[in-house]
Design a protein around this ligand. Sequence first.
Ligand code: CMC
Length: 441
Amino acid sequence: MSVQNAIKTQDAKSKTATLSIDGQALDLPVRTGTCGPDVIDVARLYRDSGRFTYDPGFTSTANCVSKITYIDGDNGILLYRGYPIDQLAERSSFIETCYLLLHGELPTAEQFAVFQRTIRNHTMLHEQMTRFYTGFRRDAHPMAVMVGVVGALSAFYHDSTDINDDQQRLIAVHRLIAKMPTIAAMAYKYSLGQPIIYPRNDLDYCANFLQMCFAIPCEPYEPNPVLARALDRIFILHADHEQNASTSTVRLAGSSGANPFACIAAGVACLWGPAHGGANEAALNMLHEIGTVDRIPEYIAKAKDKNSGFRLMGFGHRVYKNYDPRAKVMQKTCHEVLDALGMRDDPLLKVAMELERIALEDDYFVNKKLYPNIDFYSGITLRAMGFPVSMFTALFAVARTIGWIGQWKEMIEDPEQRIGRPRQLYAGPAERDFVPLEDRN
Ligand code: CMC
């Protein structure tokens, strides 16, 4: 079989790609987006040719049409609804960014006030849900608790599980944005054996999250505004990242008509994996292991040695083949947090900065286009704020909830949406007859 592909432009608007299989030519439509590569539409390929496409890891496959987030990995660009991530991190707030991701436009002052008030109205959890926590072991990972509790929301909020009702869909979205910080903070408090701290609606989103994590009932607590602002920025950076593994998981779960709380629980489960949400933890552990600047050359050499099995954690990215635009903002935020906490001389920061400098000048990393990613500086920052390593992925889940639920809502409202049902290249035994037990040897 010879397969050959060529894209030809028929006119300015319609392009086709010609696929030739065993001498048979097949014209496939090519679709063009606002930016980024064209896509070859293979939806009818099986019907017309009896063949599937094969793409493990979906490295060349677009699974949907989306208007939410755009990444140009070669040029290090990330846009939410067209707005560059650095502008949003600098000038917007997480709640405003949630509105933007959800509704497609920045809110007017009035829309923003209404949205903020709506989210605040939903911050508390049904009181009976607190009993779920006591069913877990105290040493349970916060993500284990979150997978369970987020899934359990569908057992409590029946009035927002009808996916065919616009209003119910929107209420589910608001509930998830509002309740995720409460759920994550409660998991943390439970692991410490401390009483749960209820939300305070006079505080903004991240200041409230800090107080739910770090306040105790016997002491007054005022969140540090520099830390609250830094956390807000970290949440903006993590809010969405187009069709990553956990977002695709949410879309796939939702494609069957499952309720939004169950779908987000699936997203939390996928995010938990070390190849996705767990990398900031690995980067922090690596910096600890290196310990001092003089040991960096040893680790650089190890990272370049294929036989060592060691990689520089927080470096490289599947999509970014340039400096991760989120990493630039993260580095600045890291400095601000360490300055505010009087930790400017933090030895881990020194190791990180020197490691970055050396790697960016090293031919191995330059030639392979390996740049620092968002996780390189986020671990140091979160640790300085007082979060234990086990909470890092839970914080990522809180921030990514808007991306998950925004993409879920977009999918449900897309007329082209169908249940996700990939096919396979079967490599098992061909049909054979059953052999009774007594005849088997
Ligand atoms: N240190 C040393 N070498 C590396 C590294 C690294 N961190 N990353 C990639 N390489 C090399 C790799 O050995 C390979 O070399 P060769 O072509 O000679 O075989 C080449 O670069 C390409 O690597 P790859 O694994 O084929 O690239 P990928 O796109 O499949 O992997 C990655 C991307 C992020 C998994 C990888 O760069 C990595 O393991 N990085 C460290 C872990 C990390 O920081 N992950 C966080 C990603 S950002 C989180 C998010 O956005 O959700």
